[in-house]
Every structure is written in structure tokens, then in C-alpha cells.
Ligand binder design. Structure first.
Ligand SMILES: [Ca+2]
Ligand SMILES: [Ca+2]
Ligand SMILES: [Ca+2]
Length: 477
């Protein structure tokens, strides 16, 4: 009997969800919401805002409105398979087909074969949405359609078959994160062409970031291609330009390496300018004449720029985009008792920002004890006072990365100190023990406090610090 109950309860749990019919929420041409119990509210028949998550798809039949997801989820109803989405399920998350001047924003769209359709639209805006077509369904598309003057801005489009397939004329694809799609943005030969389009300040990650088979009069610049120039396929007959006029520059290609010894429109004047001296040829007549030496930093609230060494910088309140460069540099004096781990990293940006900067640097923990790893410091060089300042906020000993916060960019280094070495002479001996004894039982408020004796960084000098010193006694570096 008990066994039977168990079997029954399991089979109950395994019953698949059955939807009575595909559930579509309509925003009707007259401004009404159908069905009226959908989790969407409007006060003025102009702005339609999610009051909670919604299931199914949304069909917009009204022009000149704003559909605001307010960060809630729009989850499609789909039980289809890789080759066959269920035709009775949700096909499109937000369907704007035929609309004029509609904005779809702040939506989290999941479990749909297609995220947002802009087919037949004019002057529509799709911004700040998160879209993943998690099927996967063969040929699914995050943002799609043949549109005129569409703006696709600041979206995150992840793990789709095609992230963005936006054809037609006058469309702009700006400041999006287009990550881990089979194809990031695709202008396919068999489709109608894309003309007069702008693809700028996007961040691409994926083996096929961008396929340009039929773009006419397109501008593709200030994008970050984090998987290098081979992630971009360009047909010889396409007509796109890949850079702004000098000195605004072209794109960042993670695998591009070139000297930067020259500057000027022809890169023949002495002096570096953050633009590679050698143009990057992508196809016949299609060249990035001014490849960027560092990733592009887009305008926005908290913009993270990553570099292939694992270093990254997050800049708060970027008011004007620019290029951020990371350059290794060696040979500066270090503070008493510290040695740099790896080389120093000189980080600079041409972006304008008003917030703080968070800098993360990777380190190699091979030649240090766990205790030493936990007390690593990230320090910043002050060009005016010619001193190092400790800016550490956290050490991630799993990922081997250390993070610090600062209002400005300059030279950064990870600093290591020999465990137990209070006086900073790279030897742990009786002199360190004497110094520790002299500040024993103190906290930072005490006149006898010695920060170097607080080896476990807990603002107290006690037996635990003495144990660390004892454990390192006799070591040298
Ligand atoms: Ca140069
Ligand atoms: Ca010492
Ligand atoms: Ca301590």
C-alpha cells in the first residue's frame, strides 16, 4: 500500500503541465488589455506596466505606447522540441508586428522560440530587455523582423540561436550585450538586406559574433569582439564601414595585436594613440582602419570592461563612452616589505565617468601560503605623492582574483607580503617576534598598534598572529 502511494505520488509529480490553449495577452488598438486580468496595468492607455510576472506572449495592436516589464518575467508557454516548437504554444514573446512608435522595455523574456518581433514596424524601440530563447529551438531569434528605423538599445541577448536578426532600413543596434548565441547578429544572404544600419558599442561573446552577408551602407564601430576577428564573417560584396573617422576609431578585437607606436589619420606620426598601427582587413574593401588597443567602454551606469588576461574594471556612471586600455608595466619601487605578484597593470580610459572604479586583477598563488594569499593587497600608484595606496575590498581565493575600489585610474599591482615578516626585511626571525610582542593585545586605536603584526587582518594583535609568525619562523624571501 505504501509502495502504491509512493508510485502514485511520483506519477502525480510527473504529470506534464497542460495548457488549455496558447495564452496571448493583447493590448488592443482601443487601449484595452485583453484579458483584463493580465498582470499589466495602465493609467493613461499610453504606458503599460507589468504588475507581476506574466505567462504566454504579448500581442501589441496599439501604436504610440510604452510596454514596460518593470523587470518582471514574461515566460512563454512552450513544450516544443529542438526542431519543432509546439505551434499551439507561444511563438513570440512580444509581438510588435506592424506597429509604429512602440517602446518595449525592461522585460525578462524566457522560454520562447522568438523574443521580440519588430516585423513591419516603424520607429519602434526595444531597450533594456533580457532575452533568452532557452529552448533551444532551431532557428530561434532573440530580436527579429524587417523593420524601419528601429532602435535596439542596451539589451542583453543570451543563448539564442540567432541573437538579433534585424533586417530592413535605418535600424540601430547599440550598447547591447550579445553573448553565447550560436550567431550573435546575422545578416543572412537569403534574407532581405540590412541597409543604412548602425551597429555600435555592443559587447559580443561567441564563436559567431556577427555575420555580415548583405549589409549595404552600414556602420559597425566601437564594438567589442571578445572572441576575436574570426568570430566575424564578412562577405566581400557587403558594404559596411568598420571605423569612425580618426581619432574616434574602430572596434576592439581581442585577438588583434599590433604595435602602437604611431598616431594620426595615416598612423605615420610618432607617438602612440590607443589605435593599432596596422589596419585589420576583414574582407575585400572592408577594413577596420583604426582597431582599438583596448575594449570599448559604453555609456551607462555600471560598465564592466574585461581584458583577456582576466583583469577587469567596472566604472560607475560612464557619461561618455571611450576606450579602456590595460598595459603591463614593471619596475616601480614597492612599499617596504611588499613584493609585486606579476607585473603592474596600467589602466587608463578615454571614457568620461563620474562614479567610482572597481579594479579586479588576477594573480598566481603558486608561491605563497594560504594565509599570505588571503592577505594579498591590491595597491594603486599615486603619481603625485609617488606612493602606493592599499585599495583592497576583497580577495577571491577560489578564482584567484583581487578587487579594489578607487575614484580614479592609474597603475595597479597585486602586492604580497611574507607571512610573519613584521619589519618587512623578507626574513621571519626574532626581530619580528620582538615587534609583535611589543604590540601584543592591541587594536588600531592603541598607540602601540603595528598593522604589520596583524597578520590575519582582524584588527587585533593576539595569539593567532603569534601562531602565524611561529609557523613562518625561519622563512626568507
Ligand atoms: Ca597608433
Ligand atoms: Ca622580518
Ligand atoms: Ca590579528
Amino acid at each position: 500500500m505504501i509502495l502504491l502511494l509512493i508510485i502514485m505520488s511520483f506519477s502525480f509529480l510527473n504529470v506534464p503541465t497542460v495548457w488549455a490553449e496558447p495564452f496571448t495577452i493583447y493590448i488592443r488598438a482601443d487601449g484595452s488589455i485583453d484579458p483584463s486580468n493580465a498582470n499589466i496595468t495602465t493609467l493613461d492607455n499610453f504606458t503599460y506596466t507589468f504588475a507581476d510576472n506574466n505567462q504566454g506572449g504579448i500581442m501589441v495592436e496599439r501604436d504610440n505606447i510604452v510596454l514596460d516589464g518593470a523587470g518582471y518575467v514574461l515566460q512563454g508557454i512552450q513544450n516544443g522540441s529542438f526542431h519543432e516548437p509546439d505551434p499551439n504554444g507561444t511563438v513570440v514573446g512580444v509581438d510588435l508586428t506592424g506597429r509604429n512608435n512602440v517602446t518595449a522595455q525592461n522585460l525578462n523574456i524566457v522560454n520562447v522560440p522568438h523574443g521580440i518581433s519588430l516585423d513591419g514596424t516603424t520607429n519602434c524601440i526595444v531597450r533594456r530587455n533580457y532575452i533568452t530563447t532557452t529552448g533551444p529551438w532551431l532557428g530561434d531569434q532573440g530580436i527579429m523582423g524587417i523593420a524601419t528605423n528601429a532602435m535596439v538599445v542596451e539589451n542583453t541577448v543570451v543563448s539564442c540561436y540567432t541573437g538579433v536578426k534585424l533586417l530592413g532600413s535605418g535600424n540601430s543596434i547599440l550598447r547591447n550585450k550579445i553573448w553565447n548565441n550560436v550567431v550573435g547578429i546575422w545578416f543572412e544572404m537569403s534574407d532581405p538586406p540590412g541597409s543604412n544600419c548602425t551597429i555600435a558599442e555592443n559587447d559580443f561573446d561567441g564563436s559567431h559574433s556577427l555575420i555580415v552577408e548583405n549589409v549595404y551602407n552600414g556602420k559597425i564601430c566601437h564594438n567589442n569582439f571578445n572572441e576575436g576577428h574570426n568570430s566575424v564573417n564578412v562577405a566581400n560584396w557587403s558594404q559596411a564601414v568598420w571605423n569612425e573617422a580618426y581619432p574616434a576609431g574602430g572596434n576592439y578585437w581581442s585577438d588583434y595585436s599590433s604595435p602602437d607606436l604611431y598616431c594620426g589619420p595615416f598612423q605615420n606620426e610618432t607617438g602612440s594613440d590607443g589605435i593599432g598601427d596596422i589596419p585589420l582587413v576583414l574582407a575585400e574593401n572592408q577594413t577596420d582602419n583604426y582597431p582599438l588597443m583596448g575594449p570599448w567602454t559604453m555609456t551607462g551606469e555600471n560598465i564592466t570592461v574585461e581584458y583577456r588576461t582576466g583583469a577587469s574594471v567596472t566604472i560607475a556612471e560612464v557619461t561618455l563612452g571611450g576606450m579602456t586600455t590595460f598595459n603591463a608595466r614593471a619596475g616601480l619601487d614597492t612599499p617596504q616589505g611588499f613584493r609585486p605578484v606579476g607585473s603592474c597593470c596600467n589602466i587608463s580610459t578615454t571614457a568620461s565617468f563620474s562614479g567610482n572604479v572597481e579594479v579586479t586583477l588576477p594573480y598566481d598563488p603558486t608561491n605563497m601560503t594560504q594565509q599570505e594569499e588571503k592577505t594579498l593587497k591590491i595597491m594603486q600608484w599615486n603619481e603625485t605623492t609617488l606612493t602606493w595606496t592599499n585599495i583592497t575590498t576583497r580577495v577571491d581565493t577560489q578564482l584567484n582574483k583581487i578587487t579594489g575600489q578607487t575614484p580614479r585610474l592609474s597603475l595597479f599591482a597585486v602586492m604580497w607580503r611574507l607571512g610573519g615578516d613584521v619589519n618587512g626585511d623578507f626574513t621571519v626571525d626574532i626581530y619580528d617576534a620582538i615587534l609583535l610582542a611589543g604590540s601584543y593585545n592591541t587594536t588600531p586605536q592603541s598607540p602601540l598598534w603595528n598593522a604589520n603584526a596583524d597578520m590575519n587582518n582582524n584588527n587585533m594583535i593576539d595569539i593567532y598572529d603569534a601562531i602565524i609568525l611561529a609557523g613562518n619562523y625561519g622563512r626568507t624571501a
